[in-house]
Every structure is written in C-alpha cells, then in structure tokens.
Design a binder for this molecule. Structure first.
Ligand code: F6P
Length: 361
C-alpha cells in the first residue's frame, strides 16, 4: 500500500478532522504511505487543485477543530451533477470520469467519510473497481451498520446544553419552550437530548404525535403548578394526521430540507392559551469543537480504516459494535437506516419518568 486518498462527503460533522489526522498519522507511521486529500467531496476529483497532499504538517493542530479541512459538498453526487451546458443547467452522470481520475492517480485505497448518501455512492464506485473504505459520519446517528456515528455525541451535547439554557428562561417567564432539533428521519438527537436535558415532551419521527396529547401534558403540568414546559422536537416529527414539514422541496440533486415543525407546534400551544416560543438550533449542532467521545471515536475509526485498507478490506465500512471497532460490507451497513427503537429501553425509560411522546390518549 503506497498511496491513500481521503474525502469528506455530505454535510460536515464534528470529528471529521480528527479522523483525517488519525488516518494520516497511521498511514505514515505504520505503513509509510503517501496520503492525499480530495477537496469538496467527490467533486475534488474533477476540480483543478482538487487533490492536495496530506502530511504530518497538514494535520497538526486539527484534532479539536470542527468542520473539515478538506471542504464538503453535500450536493456532490457524481451520478447527478449539475453543470451548465450551452447556457442551460443540466444534470449529468460523471461517475465514470471520477473512476478514471482515481485510477489515473493510482490510489491503493480511498477512505470515504460520509453519511448515508455518500456511503451509497462509495459502494457504487466500488462496483466500478474503486478500492473504497467507508467511515460512518453524521450527527443524525442513522447509519444501520454501526452503534454510533462520529459527530452524534457532539450534537447531542450541544442540544442538551440548549435545553438546559431554555429551562431557566422558560421557568422565569412561565412559557412553553419548543426546541427544534436536527436528525432527519431519525429521532436520536431529540430523544437523547430530551431525556438528558429534562424535557417534558419529546416528539420524534418514529412516534407520530397528536396535538391534543401534547397540550394535555402542558395543561397537566400547569394544573400541578409547573407553569412552564420544555419540548424537544425533532425536525422530522410528524402529526398522526399529517406529514413531515419541509422548508424546501427536493429534486434529483437536492434532498428535501426538513424544517418548521417546531413553529407549528409552538403556534398550536399558543392558540390553546399557553405562551410559547420556538428555538431552531440548526447548524449550531454541527459546528465547533468535537467532544472527547467524538475525538476518541473518530481517531479509532481513522486508524482502523487504514489498517483495513492494508488488509485489502475494500467496499467495507468501519463500525462500532459492543464497544469495539469492527468492519462490515458497505452494502450491509447502509441497507437499512437506523431508527429509534420505539419499544427500546430509552423510550420506555423516558415514559417511566413522565416524558410525553405526544401519542398518549
Ligand atoms: O444529515 C445531517 C443534517 O444536519 C440533518 O440533521 C439536517 O436535516 C441536514 O443535514 C441539514 O442539511 P444542510 O446542511 O444541507 O442544511
């Protein structure tokens, strides 16, 4: 193994730089490899200056840094790339060009740090002979093949801190405070932050809610003298009699953008006579320095991916299972996206301590 490439695809997540650093150090220290970074996801293969050398100097000091030193592009799908042809925007498949570039560069392995979409593309490229290895990145924690993705713990801590802060102002003003959280179709951030941050109501995509049930909880609290309530609402949460709420529709390049359910829930609460405010935590969940847990996990994934490359374990993804780093075929890892187990102990525990999921009668 002489030459390794690393790319970061999709939205950024805290820990990307920690992975890059660990992979570069392991590749150089243990295998004497040259490492190259591909800028802006798969796009870098087609851009001038899209490939940059990564040595010890380039990764110095990046362990605690959020974002990615390589840049990200969450529309960077080689199978559907928007380009201007004859003055018109068209969508084309550039996957074969990318494969050609990778082969020209004679890379012995390509480490792909990404979420669901990026890892699916990695598997497709593997079918065309690219020696890819996947690393599970996303704050949503929704990749089936691993117990935890890197980035999730940091987002969870930021969300929990936000709930703590909302508590003090909610109590002072006797208000219902709604915090809208990210996660797409998975409710892990809202569930775990909601429990850790003492929310009274948690709304997640996996448990469709009834507005009447939400207000019942707030009313019961008020009757018992708690004149404020805290609601952790996943952006993908949906009412039993309606669908998810989007702030932008998708197309063949852009995935639909969720957003707005917090506002809808807060407006309903206000209509029922309880003063309410909404906070959308948004990209604060993805920014800034990773937690110690994410730095450690990212470092373990980074080093393990290089060891896997040296063993020739391509078209596979590194994963955390029972506390140990292991690996499995990419196709298996991405076959079924991970969702909150609605009958699992986390949900049962939340119900035991009186948290409403908005589905109670
Ligand atoms: O998948 C990560 C994520 O942060 C989701 O939780 C969120 O819905 C989405 O990306 C936001 O994407 P963008 O950065 O394109 O607004």
């Amino acid at each position: 193994m002489k030459k390794i490439g690393i790319l970061t695809g999709g939205g950024d997540a805290p820990g990307l730089n920690a992975v890059i650093r660990a992979a570069v150090k392991t590749a150089i220290n243990e295998f004497g490899c040259e490492v190259f970074g591909i800028r802006n996801g798969y796009d870098g293969f087609l851009e001038a200056d899209g490939i940059v050398p990564l040595g010890m100097r380039e990764v110095r000091g990046i362990l605690p840094r959020g974002g990615t030193i390589l840049g990200a592009a969450n529309r960077g799908n080689p199978y559907a790339r928007k380009v201007i042809r004859d003055g018109e925007e068209v969508t084309i498949d550039v996957s074969n060009e990318i494969v050609k570039e990778i082969k020209k560069l004679k890379m012995d392995a390509l480490l792909v740090l990404g979420g669901d979409g990026t890892l699916h593309i990695a598997h497709e490229l593997a079918q065309k002979g690219v020696p890819v290895i996947g690393l599970p990145k996303t704050i949503d924690n929704d990749i089936g093949g691993t117990e935890v993705t890197f980035g999730f713990d940091t987002a969870l801590n930021i969300a929990t801190d936000a709930l703590d802060r909302l508590h003090t102002t909610a109590e002072s003003h006797h208000r219902a405070m709604v915090l809208e959280l990210m996660g797409r179709d998975a409710g892990f951030i809202a569930l775990q932050a909601g429990v850790s941050g003492g929310a009274d109501v948690i709304l997640i995509p996996e448990i469709p809610f009834k507005f009447e049930s939400v207000i019942k909880k707030i009313r019961e609290r008020a009757e018992k003298g708690s004149m404020f309530s805290i609601l952790a609402v996943s952006e993908g949460a949906k009412p039993q009699d309606g669908g998810q709420i989007f702030s932008r529709q998708g197309d063949e390049v852009y995935v639909p953008r969720l957003g707005g359910v917090g506002q809808v829930v807060a407006a309903y609460i206000e209509d029922q006579g309880f003063e309410s405010r909404v906070t959308v935590l948004g990209h604060l969940q993805r920014g800034g320095t990773p937690t110690a847990f994410d730095r450690m996990l990212a470092t373990r994934y980074g080093a393990a991916s290089v060891r896997l490359a040296a063993r020739g374990g391509f078209d596979r993804m590194v994963a955390l299972r029972c506390g140990e780093i292991t690996d499995l075929p990419l196709v298996e890892a991405t076959a079924v996206p991970k969702r909150v187990n609605v009958n699992g102990d986390a949900v049962i525990t939340a119900r035991n301590i009186g948290i409403s999921f908005g589905d109670e009668s």
